[in-house]
Structures are given as structure tokens and as C-alpha cells.
Design a protein around this ligand. Sequence first.
Ligand code: MN3
Length: 199
Amino acid sequence: MKQVLHPLEYKYDALEPVIDAKTMEIHHSKHHSTYVDRLNEALAKHPELKMELDEMISNLNKVPEDIRIAVKNNGGGHLNHSLYWEIITPDKKKREFKGEVADAIVKEFGSFEKFKELMIDSGMKRFGSGWAWLVLNKGKLEICSTANQDSPLSEGKKPLLCIDVWEHAYYLKFMNKRMDYLKEIWNVINWKKVDELFL
Ligand code: MN3
């Protein structure tokens, strides 16, 4: 099934000053767009495949071997970025840390501050490119990280929140300071969306 790059629900400069407009523009219109194009090139080789993308990423062994790596990398890239754009927002009302997921986070990790610390640590420890995640693993909240464009779905985990730690996500503004990006992104997290995914 042909995949589509959806436009963002906000303008490229809407997350300034936390994430700069140029980073957003290149990240979405070039990086994300390339994942979608490469994914479609791979899927075109198997028009008989009727699985949804998340189903494919959750069951990579069911994807034809000749396109499996392409689907893992580019399909993962498409899914991961689609979630990333949704869990950040310019809407201040949606940025409030509240809801059932907030209660569950405090219960699981002790406090919001402690949770952030663990997420930042997860992003900092990812060597090279990848993602830091808050996921549900068999109903339990868990922090983890993946390499490249790997998705927690491939490990049977449900993604709730993701932070892109590829350099392309932060380098123009934060340069080599991944830590500063990981500290600032909390100002634009869409907790309303994370709560919806949790429920
Ligand atoms: Mn990215």
C-alpha cells in the first residue's frame, strides 16, 4: 500500500525557539520525505502485500526477505517521524503534564523530574543515531532506546513518546550539544497526545 508524507499540523516555525524552523523544514520535507519515497520504492516490488505499515514493522519476519531491511529502515523512519510530529506541539494547552499517563509516570518513575532524567540519559547513551522512547511493555511503562530507525513495535512494545536523537533533529541549533536539545524538548511535548496513546 502506497505510503504518504502527511503535512504537519503546524508551521515549521511553530516550535521556535525550542526547535528552529530550518531544522523542522529539512527534517520533515527532506529526511522524512526520503524515508517515505524509499519505502514506496521497496513496497512497489511487492504489490501483493496488503499489510498495514505498523503490522509490517511489528512482524518483520512476514515481510518478503528482499525488501525486509528497506521496510525496517524506511518504514520505521516513516512511522517514528509520524509519531514524533504528533507528540510535539505549539499548543500550550496540550503541553501541560497531566492526565492518566502523567499519574502513571509519577507512579512508575517517582516524579516527573526523575522520569525526564531517565529519558535524557536514554537519549544520551544511544551511541550514534537512534531514538529515546517511553513505551508500554506488556502494560507497564518503560523507557528504552533504539538504534537507527528501529521501532519498539518490532520488540512487541507500544510507543507512547519518542525523541529523535539523530543529529539531523538538533544539529543546526544545538550543534554537538545533544544534551541541551534533550533538556529543552520537554517544553514542547504534547502530553494530551501521549495521554491519548496511553489510554
Ligand atoms: Mn529524524
